[in-house]
Ligand binder design. Structure first.
Ligand code: S3P
Length: 432
């Protein structure tokens, strides 16, 4: 895919798809609830389709119309042993959440994924589940994994890595485990699982103790279906927000965007960088904070972010790095260890691809330094993405400013944002 420099600004109201994290949970939670759940505006991307197929494989009836699905849930123990292996493609969220859910079901299952997912660490979810007596066999700590489902024991579990996927996997295991499981989260991560389970009436309580978040689940308690309206995805919006900030004469409106405070680090960071962003129509849908975002071309300045904000915006560093490239002063983003174990080693790919384009930057330990200048190499440069959707979209945005850039293996964009290119071109982009 070639991303070309644009001649006019980006103007309009691109349609941002439903939130990926909430979409996964909108399949998983209704599938173990009692009754019919109608889910509106679900993201129909490859990752979410893998989650939908996994539940069909376990006997759940899921009907689809354009952007909606209807799920006929029959309770915590209604899932059937899968007819075949559960193949999850590129989706780390599906893999970690389903490992937890399936470890407390009474059947065995085999989870597999594509090459990238099969190299991502699974012990981070297997180790805490083992404390609940889960029986899981990994392939050298990765997929394929065999789960020997059985009754687990409830206990206290402290989560040391800041990861909503780990937390959510344990919550899902605990729902079908007798007694009280207490999860102690050292640093707060996205809380979509807790919010959705509360709205379904599940027996889950959250509170803070000594600056740590505690999540208590009283297991083996059935809960009922509910309606879900999935808000649009801030992580997908971020590519459009930054594209309009760095390109002159741009003005965008992004509607119905989820701004859950456990996910909004990118907005805080961009505001620190002097971005012209405003918010209107703030409201709550299914207890998730939502608003419309207005953004205009801006004179950005660099900023320093410490590691404490990383968990609030872990998926946004590739696109934030593109914003930093066009700031009037250097930026440093600290504590990015987790970026190394995403769909690719994102820290490495941000650095090597920026260097290819002539942007001075360096990685020291887990910190990223970007030194903007106005000298770029623009020669149909080949951008390596290692099939990582967010690297591909971030560098497509860079292409809109200094292109042409040749983005390799860009088909990965389908995992989270199938309409990215058409929406980008609709507002003035030139990606072919
Ligand atoms: C997600 C959690 C994050 C994020 C991923 C989606 C989720 O991963 O990077 O894209 O939906 O729970 P970690 O929990 O590994 O940080």
């Amino acid at each position: 895919m070639i991303s070309n420099k644009i001649d006019k600004g980006l103007i309009g109201s691109p349609k941002i798809p439903g939130d990926k994290s909430i979409s996964h949970r909108s399949v998983i939670i209704p599938s173990i609830a009692n009754g019919i759940t109608e889910v509106k505006n679900i993201l129909k991307s490859e990752d979410v389709i893998h989650t939908i197929n996994a539940f069909r494989n376990m006997g759940v009836e899921i009907l689809e119309s354009k952007e909606n699905i209807i799920i006929n849930g029959k309770g915590l123990n209604s899932l059937k042993g899968p007819k075949s292996e559960i193949y999850l493609g590129n989706s780390g969220t599906s893999a970690r959440l389903l490992t937890g859910l399936l470890s407390s079901q009474k059947f065995n299952s085999l989870i597999t994924g594509d090459q990238s997912l099969s190299s991502r660490p699974m012990m981070r979810i297997v180790n805490p589940l083992s404390k609940m007596d889960a029986k899981i066999e990994t392939t050298s700590g990765c997929l394929p994994i065999k789960i020997n489902g059985q009754d687990l024991k409830s206990t206290d579990i402290e989560i040391k890595i800041p990861s909503a996927q780990i937390k959510s996997g344990i919550i899902l295991a605990a729902l079908n485990t007798k007694g009280k499981t207490r999860i102690i989260e050292n640093s707060v991560t996205r809380d979509h699982t807790e919010i959705m389970l509360e709205s379904f009436g599940a027996d889950i309580t959250t509170y803070f103790e000594n600056n740590k978040k505690i999540i208590e689940i009283d297991g083996k308690k059935e809960f009922n279906s509910n309606k879900i309206d999935v808000p649009n995805d801030l992580s997908s919006s971020a590519f459009f927000i930054v594209a309009s900030l760095i390109n002159q004469n741009s003005k965008l409106k992004l509607s119905n965007i989820n701004i859950n405070p456990t996910r909004n680090g990118i907005l805080i960071a961009l505001e620190k960088m002097n971005a012209n962003i405003s918010y209107s129509n703030k409201r709550k849908i299914n207890n998730e904070e939502v608003c419309d975002i207005y953004v205009e071309s801006s004179n950005l300045k660099g900023c320093e972010l410490d590691s404490s904000i990383a968990k609030l915006m872990i998926d946004e560093y590739p696109i934030l790095s593109i914003a930093a490239t066009f700031a009037s002063s250097p930026s440093v983003f600290r504590g990015l260890k987790e970026l190394r174990v995403k769909e690719s080693d994102r820290l490495e790919l941000i650095k090597t691809n920026l260097l290819k384009c002539g942007v001075k930057c360096e990685v020291r330990d887990d910190d990223l330094f970007i030194y903007p200048s106005s000298k770029y190499k623009i020669n149909n440069e080949k951008i390596t993405t290692n099939y990582d959707h967010r690297i591909a979209m971030a560098f497509a945005v860079l292409g809109s400013k200094i292109g042409p850039l040749n983005i390799c293996d860009s088909e990965s964009i389908k995992t989270s944002f199938p309409t990215f290119v058409s929406e980008f071109n609709r507002i003035g982009g030139k990606i072919f």
